[in-house]
Ligand binder design. Structure first.
Ligand code: 13P
Ligand code: SF4
Length: 315
């Protein structure tokens, strides 16, 4: 038995002993996705965090996701195996700056992407994810003026789709910004049958050559249902693990980043979570997510609003 197998056995034992569940994002490594009780995109993970019977939720993902789980299940213990698992996009939107941005753009409904810290959520009217951003905006009256934060690419995608009056915060994700249009087109030339599938956090030129644009779970659904046989995947490469599991006979090419030596199509924050850290975290029940009570209560409202709208729309 190798050390990874030993951790897996111990994690299973600890989960049963402590009535704990592991929620994992698609950007985790394949082995971690495979030991999780539930794997999903940001929307599905928040839906799962809001309704489960566990006493402990261990989040195999990044801090904003674990915070969202805590906000939705305040009485549960929420563990994040490495507190340094942050997010460059969430970091691009700091409380005082965003508070000022809202003041400078009065009379607008504040829609923020789930990739934000809890205090930014507390300043928001509705949260969205990449799975429901367009529908959340469309659920508002047509003349409602909107602030969208923090991802400028997703914001631009939503603006183009809805034609609404939207002021967009200038934030980006270091993974999705880095995909090279030139390298994607070269890959397409070498594999003319491959469909280019793109996450909406990617820049406009990459979105413009896409055959399909969607959140991680929409991209996965697309590869499942589509009749094609190969795909150039412009999002974090971890999703390819699920795509291969669902359709092992198809070909998946990770979209290349601008700098071919940097490994930038992987999220360095997501990859801080390891099997060993999951084991240790479950064993000692640390590090635990804690959120100031006032912020938690204020942040809960816009997340619940998102979940209500999503449920009504069957998302
Ligand atoms: P989704 O999970 O909504 O596809 O978002 C991707 C992402 O960047 C999560 O960090
Ligand atoms: Fe944040 Fe980008 Fe990593 Fe997602 S992929 S967690 S948006 S840095």
């Amino acid at each position: 038995m190798n050390s990874s197998d030993k951790y897996i056995l111990e994690i299973k034992r600890l989960k049963a002993e402590k009535n704990a569940i592991i929620l994992a994002h698609y950007y985790q490594t394949g082995d971690i996705q495979d030991i999780a009780d539930f794997v999903g995109d940001s929307l599905a993970l928040s839906q799962k965090a809001a309704s489960n019977n566990a006493d402990i939720i261990l989040f195999a993902g990044v801090k904003f996701m674990a915070e969202t789980a805590k906000i939705l299940s305040p009485d549960k213990k929420v563990l994040l195996p490495d507190m340094n698992a942050g997010c460059s996009l969430a970091d691009s939107c700091k409380y005082p700056d965003f508070e000022k941005f809202i003041k400078d753009n009065p009379g607008r409904t504040v829609i923020t992407y789930v990739n934000t810290t809890a205090d930014i959520k507390a300043l928001s009217d509705i949260i969205c994810t990449s799975s429901n951003a367009v529908q959340i905006v469309e659920s508002l009256p047509p003349d409602e003026k909107i602030i969208f934060a923090p991802d400028r690419n997703l914001g631009n995608y939503v603006l183009n789709k809805t034609g609404r009056d939207i002021v967009i915060w200038n934030g980006t994700c270091h993974v999705h910004e880095e995909f090279s249009l030139e390298a994607i087109l070269k890959l397409k030339k070498e594999n003319p049958d491959a469909k280019i599938i793109v996450h909406p956090e990617c820049e406009l030129p990459v979105r413009m050559v896409a055959d399909f644009i969607g959140s991680t779970s929409s991209l996965l659904q697309f590869t499942k249902k589509d009749k094609g046989k190969s795909y150039i995947v412009a999002t974090e490469a971890g999703i390819i693990h699920q795509m291969k599991k669902e359709n092992p006979d198809k070909n998946y090419f990770p979209a290349p980043p601008r700098d071919s030596t940097c490994g930038c199509s992987e999220c360095s924050f997501m990859k801080l979570i390891t099997m060993e850290k999951i084991y240790n975290s479950l064993k000692i029940e640390k590090p635990e997510i804690t959120i100031d009570k006032d912020i938690l209560i204020r942040a809960q409202k816009p997340i619940l609003r998102m979940l209500e709208i999503s449920e009504k729309l069957g998302l």
